[in-house]
Write a protein that binds this ligand. Structure first.
Ligand code: SAH
Ligand code: SF4
Ligand code: F3S
Length: 433
């Protein structure tokens, strides 16, 4: 069959799609670039906010029209599949199969059944889901290899669906992770990103800090990244490793969510603003080199003007290099539903706009500091928008639009030296040094 996978959501979903794609290729199916060419469309969905769910449903609507015209198999995987389960068949009767987040390796079986005309679902929790064979995975990036180190989340943030959609924490054994990283280096990757909903609580035989040290011993590997870190499990040991291990790329995404202790408490985040700041301090002098990014939720139930000023104050204090901010979205099955979603939509929107405006200024100021420097950057791809401009990333995860002499090509994934010549809020400009 010709298949097309559409992916929403976070890096875990991106990587799951690489695994799903790998299994389909192994079974002899062929990946195609669009829905129009496909006999099988697999939607790998996200349900973190209501908007993410809307996007899936509108795509399902378009697929229904297509399926009325020609044969088409439709599968739904990912967090919405795990959350809705058989309800999805009621909402969208044209869906042929539903695959849960903890049952990835059941895809070939579900597909066989669906091809035979049976409507099937598997949303069980398979204990070996996180032990997916790495050689099967079809990686989309040539610059950075995603490597699962743990799945699931044992936290219980009151607004969040992830503990339900991804299940409890399961860590991959250290040896498996090291084998995969070595395989990636053999295949030509020089950078890995260690993935988990909460990498800091890694427990596959050593601490997360130790795991980074072990991974860094793999010859030929240049940069290590990881996502996502939870402030509650951010230890002094981890801070020291990040600060001192030369292979750790100087970028830390550490979601704070709010700058108000009473909001953090209602979110059940397990730290105060002061504790968050203390943990950032574990980076010591390396703090200056590191780009720090975060996530914010605005308009959480009961968030007062004063609470929100706390968020603006912490933004100013940390001067985050980047942040992702969202309006609180009430999610099915989460404890925060018991709190009344009492902030008027207009107030939420104003708060979000103010936060994002200030963040844009801070990001620009952060980028401007790079102008005039010569930095090592990793070549990722050609930009679509501008011919002859290459897209690269600094260790701090900044986008660089790189001008390379006419007719020259750069191998994807290679590190080159770039002179930074300009900065905007979304990217740096540079030329080959
Ligand atoms: N495991 C990560 C977060 C993963 S979800 C962590 O705890 O740091 C990514 C981000 O989505 C969160 O950091 C949060 O800012 C946002 N988010 C999660 N649930 C949300 C909701 N119900 N409404 C709005 N934003 C939400
Ligand atoms: Fe969700 Fe909290 Fe787990 Fe992050 S730590 S995935 S926000 S429950
Ligand atoms: Fe979305 Fe699931 Fe990731 S809800 S953000 S795809 S873990």
């Amino acid at each position: 069959m010709k298949f097309h996978i559409e992916t929403w959501g976070c890096q875990m979903n991106d990587h799951d799609s690489e695994k799903l794609s790998g299994m389909l290729v192994r079974e002899g199916h062929e990946a195609v670039g669009s829905v129009a060419e496909a006999d099988l469309v697999l939607l790998n969905t996200c349900s973190i906010r209501e908007k993410a769910v809307h996007k899936v449903h509108s795509q399902l609507g378009r697929l229904r029209e297509l399926k009325a015209q020609r044969p088409l198999l439709i599968g739904v995987a990912g967090c919405l599949a795990q959350q809705e389960q058989e309800a999805l068949f009621k909402q969208a009767p044209h869906v042929d199969f539903v695959l849960g987040t903890m049952a990835l390796q059941q895809l070939p079986r579900l597909l066989e059944e669906a091809k035979a005309g049976r409507r099937v679902m598997d949303t069980a929790e398979y204990p070996d889901n996180h032990l997916f064979p790495p050689e099967v995975t079809q990686r989309r990036s040539t610059a950075k290899a995603l490597v699962t180190i743990m799945e699931g989340c044992d936290h219980a943030c009151t607004y969040c669906v992830v503990p339900t959609t991804r299940g409890p924490e399961r860590s991959r054994p250290v040896a498996d992770i090291l084998d995969e990283v070595k395989l990636m280096v053999e295949q030509g990757f020089r950078e890995v990103e260690l993935l988990g909903q909460n990498v800091n609580s890694y427990a596959g035989g050593c601490s997360f800090a130790e795991l980074i040290e072990r991974v860094s011993e793999v010859d030929g590997l240049e940069w290590i990244r990881f996502t996502t870190s939870h402030p509650m499990n951010f230890t002094r040991e981890l801070g020291r490793t990040l600060a001192t291990n030369p292979k750790v790329a100087p970028f830390l995404h550490l979601p704070i969510q709010s700058g108000s202790n009473s909001v953090l408490k209602r979110m059940l985040r397990g730290y105060t603003v002061e504790e968050y700041l203390e943990r950032l301090g574990y980076l010591g002098e390396a703090r200056e080199r590191f780009a720090i990014s975060t996530d914010f939720i605005v308009g959480f139930p009961g968030e007062t003007d004063e609470d929100f000023e706390g968020t603006m104050a912490v933004l100013e204090q940390v001067r985050f290099d980047a942040s992702f901010s969202f309006i609180y979205s009430p999610r099915p099955g989460t404890p925060a539903l018991r709190l009344s979603d009492d902030i008027p939509a207009q107030v939420k929107a104003q708060r979000l706009a103010r936060l994002q405006k200030r963040q844009t200024e801070l990001t620009l100021a952060s980028h401007e500091k790079a102008v005039g420097k010569i930095l090592e950057v990793r070549v990722e791809s050609l930009t679509v928008t501008e011919q002859g401009h290459w897209l690269a990333r600094t260790g701090r995860w900044e986008n660089v639009h790189l001008t390379v002499g006419a007719g020259r090509t750069l191998p994807f994934g290679s590190l080159v030296r770039a002179r930074i010549t300009g900065a905007g809020p979304h990217f740096l400009r540079g030329e080959l040094a």
